[in-house]
Ligand binder design. Structure first.
Ligand code: NAD
Length: 465
């Protein structure tokens, strides 16, 4: 992982950005990326890369985030392989034109919806799942027949380097390019004309991306974050809830966009939940999580300082220790947290789980609705009425009952936010929708002119019939 003693050179690019974009646009214009065979070949090559270069990618993820090889595989490399397999299996049927019926007045005629690729797509990805969030959008963009420019995050430099090195060795370099770097490179890229911009990251930069897209009327997908609540009702099995919450929260040291950000503990659940969270954390990471090979690190000093400052927002009931030199923050649970405290004011994006006590479901729903729309909302309840109320009375990118974060592993569930947590969604068929234009085609034969009734002078309609 990144350490304090050896600051890395900022990532920059040697690639000529305007020339690269022009090349990708030229390739798309030539029609090279459109055939199904080309798309499938790229997906297979990407899959081969993930299999053959798994050790390289695992090492990069270890260097950037202290991710264990198993976690690197399940949440990143294997995840993208599954996405590719699902796409390869269904792509031909997803791309098949869809017949629709024609109104009587236009009959006889045929109408269909046909998907066409958008052109050249820019993917800007973040550091927290730097393989998954760079390559999963790319799977959709390639499957839909686009040329693609990827800008990985400079905050995961080892993974950025690995992707810049590996992707050109496996994919069609006329149609796929990687530009490494940070703000200057992103700024230069956003000045270019793309046919779609797919951005994953924070909502401040999302506004910069969207403002830049205005220039060329470029459509954008914004995959953002926010504070995803976990609502716990009395009467549930708190040991199971705690294990699932701990898994969802402390995977990748809490740096997951859909991690449960905070708990709204209804009624008398807080005390039992805190106790069970302590037990679950020990079960998963041992009595000293710092020594656990399964526990990651915070990405850099800036985030470390931000996170440790949030520890004062409540009573530390589990964890609480940290070491800046190692970028280690223990899995931490804060009890008795006030809704007005700093930890409740921003997305935590680290291994701190605050518990806010609320009287009842009404208060929990009111709290959620009083804040920005989250990327996910989790409900831990045995009640169908509560599930229905949470689904219909709140708004979020997704809802998970009984299990956090896992909805994104269901390929047929579109993954994305709403409001401040983003716009647009992808994964599986939804990715084809994002990276395609659905063109309406009406086809009426010239053989018999049944349209004569509609031509002027329409006052003489009767005579024409
Ligand atoms: P980050 O700092 O890596 O930034 C993301 C990308 O934006 C990087 O490629 C970066 O170079 C680029 N960027 C930064 N400043 C820019 C600028 N001024 N102009 C243009 N591009 C710029 O990652 P981050 O934003 O810290 O990521 C964390 C956030 O992302 C959290 O809010 C998290 O919830 C969210 N997130 C969302 C998802 C999702 O799928 N919805 C996934 C992961 C993370």
């Amino acid at each position: 992982m990144a350490t304090t003693e050896t600051p890395r050179e900022p990532l920059t690019t040697t690639v000529d950005i305007p020339e690269t974009v022009a090349r990708l646009r030229g390739t798309f214009a030539s029609g090279r990326t459109k055939p199904l065979a080309w798309r499938r070949a790229q997906l297979r090559a990407l899959r081969r890369m993930l299999v053959e270069e798994r050790p390289t990618l695992e090492k990069a993820l270890q260097d950037d985030l202290g991710k264990s090889p198993l976690e690197a595989h399940t949440t990143e490399i294997g995840f993208v392989i599954n996405e590719i397999d699902h796409t390869l299996k269904h792509l031909a049927s997803w791309l098949r034109p869809e017949r629709v019926s024609v109104p009587m007045a236009l009959a006889p005629a045929r109408a269909r919806r046909v998907r066409e690729p958008l052109g050249t797509v820019l993917v800007i990805s973040p550091w927290n799942y730097p393989v998954n969030l760079a390559l999963a959008p790319m799977v959709g963009a390639l499957a839909a027949g686009n040329s693609v420019l990827l800008k990985p995050s400079e905050l995961a430099p080892a993974t950025s380097n690995a992707l810049a090195d590996l992707l050109p060795r496996y994919l069609d370099t006329e149609a796929v390019a990687v530009v490494e770097g940070g703000v200057p490179e992103s700024t230069a890229l956003l000045a270019e004309r793309f046919d779609h911009i797919f951005y994953t990251g924070n909502s401040t930069v999302a506004r910069i991306v969207m403002a830049a897209a205005v220039e060329h009327l470029t459509p954008v997908t914004l995959e953002l974050g926010g504070k995803s609540p976990a609502i716990v009702e009395p009467g549930v099995d708190l040991a199971t809830v705690a294990r699932r919450l701990a898994w969802g929260k402390f995977t990748n040291a809490g740096q997951t966009c859909v991690a449960p950000d905070y708990v709204l503990a209804i009624g008398d659940t807080a005390a039992g939940l805190q106790r069970e969270l302590g037990a679950a954390i020990t079960e998963m990471f041992g009595s000293d999580p710092r020594k656990s090979p399964d526990y990651g690190r915070v990405v850099n000093e800036r985030h470390f300082d931000r996170l440790t400052a949030l520890m004062d927002s409540g009573e530390v009931v589990v964890g609480g220790s940290s070491d800046r030199a190692d970028l280690y923050i223990a899995p931490t649970v804060l009890g008795g947290v006030s809704p007005d405290s700093p930890v409740m004011a921003e997305e935590i994006f680290g291994p701190i789980l605050p518990i806010v006590e609320v009287a009842d479901l009404d208060e929990a729903i009111a709290y959620v609705n009083d804040h920005e729309k989250p990327l996910a909302l989790y409900g831990f309840t045995d009640s169908d009425v509560t599930k229905r109320r949470l689904t219909t009375e709140t708004s979020s990118g997704a809802v998970g009952f009984g299990l956090p974060i896992a909805h994104l592993a269901v390929p047929d569930l579109p993954f994305g936010g709403v409001g401040e947590s983003g716009m647009g969604a992808y994964h599986g068929k939804a990715s084809i929708d994002v990276f395609s234009h659905t063109k309406s085609v009406l086809d009426k034969s010239l053989v018999m002119d049944t349209m004569r009734v509609a031509y002027a002078p329409i006052t003489q309609l009767k005579e024409k019939i």
